[in-house]
Design a protein around this ligand. Structure first.
Ligand code: PRP
Length: 215
């Protein structure tokens, strides 16, 4: 039997995904060691492999078939725009993609004049401003601490993830518009979905049952 390979976005999502998989009887003991520097883990009995990667790389591994199944946030799926199947909403890692900024930026949104937008998600920002709002926007790609941008005058607003809202609040910013809700999703390689349909469907069904409180 061929190995099925999982790519998990490292961090909190991977930890929760492993917890969920464990409840379906799919375990990977060696992966639970948080201090390990090992990158790939195997469950010989079930012929499964697991690896952790940077979230933004998960759709790449899955589209190109280096992983059959991936667990990653919907934000990354939207931003990367890869050809992969999105098969299940895991219901955790819930947050929102929003346009945020100081209250004073609301007038630029309302006026539909040219707006400067900073984001770790340039594709999502571009799509939202150009296609949904039909507002001319200059998108500035940043790699983190995006909330800084409107504070130091780099941009008018940001497009970013809001979970608890604490980061915004502590920096005098607010949600101006909601783009979409986000959560952790399971994605599958398009060829694997055909060739390993039975095994993959079985895993998805089991995970779905756990999420819905069954067995
Ligand atoms: C994310 C996001 C916000 C923050 C939102 O950043 O980009 O900054 O979390 O969470 P909150 O609403 O609960 O405050 P992350 O922690 O990933 O760090 P980064 O900005 O450096 O990428």
């Amino acid at each position: 039997m061929k190995y099925l390979t999982f790519a998990l976005a490292k961090g909190r999502l991977a930890f929760k995904a492993l917890e969920l998989l464990e409840q379906t009887g799919i375990t990977c003991e060696e992966m639970k060691d948080k201090d390990t520097r090992k990158l790939i883990f195997t469950n010989e009995e079930l012929k499964l492999k697991f690896f952790l990667s940077k979230a933004t790389d998960v759709p790449t591994y899955v589209e190109l078939g280096a992983a059959d199944i991936g667990v990653v946030g919907y934000d990354t799926i939207l931003e990367e725009g890869r050809n992969i199947y999105e098969v299940l909403d895991l219901g955790f890692g819930k947050c929102r993609m929003c346009v945020c900024g100081p209250e004073s930026a609301r007038s630029i949104l309302d006026s539909h004049e040219m707006i400067h937008v900073a984001s770790k998600y340039p594709n999502i920002a571009k799509d939202y401003f150009h296609n949904v709002r039909q507002q001319t926007a200059e998108i500035i790609k940043l790699n983190g601490s995006v909330e800084l941008a409107p504070i130091v005058g780099l941009s008018d607003v940001i497009v970013d993830i809001v979970e608890t809202g604490t980061t915004l609040k502590e920096n005098g910013l607010t949600v101006l518009e909601e783009i979409c809700p986000l959560s952790a999703r399971v994605v599958v390689n398009q060829v694997s979905m055909r060739l390993e349909q039975e095994r993959i469907r079985d895993i998805i069904t089991k995970v779905n049952n756990v999420i819905n409180g069954g067995n």
